[in-house]
Ligand binder design. Structure first.
Ligand code: SF4
Ligand code: FES
Length: 239
């Protein structure tokens, strides 16, 4: 007999080695997430995927599924917590959606809509961060980095390059690149790297492509992030 967990009362089978996120996504249950993509080692940093497992808060992307677990996902308390986390992500950086070329394709923005986030709630930090436009094809706008480490993992695990790393802690945390000058142009980054296409926000962008897809025809202009996520990540989780 296969092993199962329940998520909000729904019985979901899983295989040994799967996380709660893996089992949920394979069964078509969306758990909000930003730092998780199924093809990379889970990192558990954004905490957006927090669920209650047998009464305790856990990150669904890192917590292993275990037979008989009772998982709560869509309670009002968890939805409110996720909205607060998203609001904190917005105020910690400079996320000015109307002026960002990633608008409509941005997972941070899409999650905020999904959680019905209508304001920032917290005062904005307006940190001073730089734009690195030194590379001929790829740019980094540090204002929009949420430190999800997906570019770090993609560069290491898929590209075999280690172009990116996170340095510092708390308010001093920042994304660094593997060059003495600190500039992307002095790394071996290429526009074809996985790391150049994985950013959930508009922090890493391919130059001269910004408005090739017009506003109104972008990924989240017509579909919510739960639909997109289940349609595109579901298969990878089920593999
Ligand atoms: S640049 Fe993008 S992918 Fe890299 S850590 Fe920041 S938000 Fe994540
Ligand atoms: S998606 Fe699980 S902690 Fe970010």
């Amino acid at each position: 007999m296969s092993k199962t967990i329940t998520i909000d009362g729904k019985v979901i089978p899983f295989e040994d080695g799967q996380t709660i996120m893996d089992a949920a996504m394979a069964a078509g249950v969306y758990i909000p997430h930003l730092c998780h993509q199924p093809e990379f080692t889970p990192h558990g940093s954004c905490k957006l995927c927090t669920v209650k497992v047998n009464g305790r808060n856990c990150s669904a992307c890192t917590y292993p599924a275990m037979d008989g677990q009772e998982v709560l996902n869509e309670t009002q308390e968890l939805i409110d917590d996720r909205k607060r986390i998203t609001q904190m992500l917005f105020v910690e950086g400079n996320h000015l959606c109307p002026g960002c070329e990633k608008t409509g394709n941005c997972q941070l923005q899409a999650v905020a809509y999904h959680l019905n986030m209508l304001d920032n709630h917290f005062p904005a930090f307006y940190p001073e961060r730089e734009v690195d436009a030194s590379h001929p094809e790829v740019m980094i706008d540090h204002n929009r980095c949420i430190f999800c480490t997906l570019c770090v993992r993609a560069s290491h695990e898929k590209d075999g390059k280690d172009v990116f790393a996170i340095s510092g802690r708390g308010i001093h945390k920042h994304l660094i690149v593997n060059a003495e000058s600190g500039l992307l142009k002095d790394t071996d980054m290429a526009a074809t790297d996985h790391a150049a296409h994985i950013c959930p926000t508009g922090a890493i962008l391919i130059k001269r492509t910004g408005y090739q897809v017009p506003i109104g025809e972008r990924i989240y202009d017509h579909k919510e992030i739960d639909q997109v996520s289940l349609a595109t990540e579901h298969l990878k989780h089920g593999e």
